[in-house]
Write a protein that binds this ligand. Structure first.
Ligand SMILES: [Zn+2]
Length: 118
């Protein structure tokens, strides 16, 4: 996954949804491939510079895909890319990967206090 493009897409979606209001919080759900939360958070902060989301808090919800192994029966979330091709418990390659590989901007928080102060 390309974290920089991902972050820019999240910020762009948040800015569009905010419709000119100042964004104070973002809640993003990331399913599928394991990502480095710190990298994504940093990427969002960088992408948000100069936008209404420049001071936003970032709340990431990571939902990794799960892998079920046909050889030993292990069933659990994957924590790295290697687990998608081989079972982390027995090393078997007869595994099923399940889960949604998507990124969703779940919600944003906007600063509504400024509306009354105009
Ligand atoms: Zn296994």
């Amino acid at each position: 996954m390309h974290e920089t493009g991902l972050s820019e897409a999240i910020v762009a979606a948040a800015v569009r949804r905010a419709a000119g209001r100042r964004v104070t919080g973002l809640r993003v759900r990331i399913g599928g491939h394991p990502v480095d939360a710190a990298v994504v958070t940093q990427g969002i902060r960088v992408a948000a510079v100069g936008t209404v989301a420049a001071d936003t808090a970032v709340d990431l919800v990571l939902e990794p895909m799960t892998v079920r192994c046909h050889e030993c029966g292990r069933d659990g979330p994957i924590t790295d890319h290697l687990a998608m091709v081989a079972c982390p418990q027995c090393g078997g390659v007869d595994v099923d990967v399940a889960g949604d590989d998507d990124v969703v901007l779940e919600s944003i928080t906007v600063d509504t206090a400024e509306l009354g102060a105009v």
